[in-house]
Design a protein around this ligand. Structure first.
Ligand SMILES: Cc1cc2nc3c(=O)[nH]c(=O)nc-3n(C[C@H](O)[C@H](O)[C@H](O)COP(=O)(O)OP(=O)(O)OC[C@H]3O[C@@H](n4cnc5c(N)ncnc54)[C@H](O)[C@@H]3O)c2cc1C
Length: 290
């Protein structure tokens, strides 16, 4: 456990406390991951810096793209009419997280920084090509979500000195595109997904061909995984169901899920990848109004 608890009202105060403790204090948001890890003895730190009172970090706005404050909860995301309209993959994914209690306190920032390979909000955000803003006592930097993750697991962000403040992306609907999210979990409540995937499709100027495609899957690697070969197969070709089948087969081949007593065999989850990626491609196509 920790010995000191801070609940600053402003970002600058939170950063000052982190600086003062020189790596011995840690950012805490909803605590839904952190407290579990503390109780298990997986991590320890001297002081918790609870940032949930920093009201300036909780918002979803449209301003030169969509901007989401790191303290925005899964409930906020799921209930956002802006996201439902412009990035339904993210709203749908957030609505699937854990239980109502977890969705009410768990934040999008915590979901990203905790770096679970199947984190339900991080998967669609990576497909949406989102960029994270990270602030520390020495300044701010912007990092594409994809670059935030270490290939071997975890993120490059240090929650003992840095705070993720904002996530931004250009909604696919602004480019005539669509997005979709698909997921299977073992039971309805409180379980991390057995498999999840998010898809973004962007049309070329002629509306018939695919200009760009992004497919992100979890948990099939140590971090959210981009199915690049499947994306390449889609790019430059005409939208059609046969192509989506081929892309889903390719994504399934790229996926490397482990055998898991809890989540099922690797073979079973590769089959799931095929089915869920295909369905998500169809759904994203429909989201384009097709
Ligand atoms: C019962 C249960 C069910 C769950 N079900 C799901 C599920 O279905 N899908 C899913 O994706 N997740 C699930 N989770 C995991 C968790 O709820 C989410 O990942 C949640 O979004 C974490 O957010 P938080 O605000 O609680 O993070 P916290 O627990 O507060 O923090 C998580 C990590 O991120 C760091 N951190 C948090 N915010 C910031 C920030 N702004 N800047 C820098 N570092 C930060 C913390 O130091 C910590 O390392 C579940 C958890 C539980 C306990």
């Amino acid at each position: 456990m920790f010995h000191k608890y801070y609940r600053p009202k402003h970002l600058a105060e939170a950063l000052a406390v982190l600086s003062e403790y020189e790596g011995r204090a840690r950012v805490m948001a909803g605590g839904t991951d952190l407290i579990v890890q503390l109780n298990k003895g997986d991590i320890s730190f001297e002081a918790a810096v609870d940032i949930t009172n920093i009201k300036e970090l909780r918002y979803i706005i449209e301003e030169d793209g969509i901007k989401i404050g790191a303290l925005t909860t899964h409930t906020d995301l799921a209930q956002s009419s802006l996201l439902r309209q412009k990035a339904p993959s993210l709203a749908d994914a957030a609505g699937e997280v854990g239980s109502l209690q977890i969705r009410n306190v768990g934040t999008v920032g915590g979901n990203i920084v905790n770096a679970q390979p199947a984190a339900d909000a991080a998967i669609p955000l990576m497909a949406l090509d989102a960029v994270a803003t990270i602030v520390s006592a020495s300044g701010a930097r912007q990092v594409a979500l994809e670059m935030l993750y270490h290939p071997g697991g975890g993120t490059i962000l240090d929650p003992c000195s840095e705070i993720l403040t904002e996530i931004t992306f250009r909604p696919p609907s602004d480019m005539g595109g669509g997005s979709a999210f698909g997921r299977l979990s073992k039971r309805k409540a409180l379980s991390l997904p057995v498999f999840n995937a998010a898809v973004v499709l962007l049309p070329a100027a002629d509306d018939k061909n695919i200009m760009d495609a992004r497919i992100v899957m979890g948990p099939v690697a140590r971090i959210p995984f981009r199915a690049r070969e499947a994306e390449n197969l889609l790019r430059g070709n005409a939208f059609n169901e046969d192509l989506f089948h081929d892309a889903a087969d390719t994504a399934s081949r790229e996926a490397k899920p482990r055998d898991s007593l809890f989540r099922g065999s690797s073979a079973y989850r590769k089959k799931l990848a095929q089915v869920i990626v295909y369905r998500s491609l169809i759904k994203a196509w429909k989201d384009m109004g097709c």
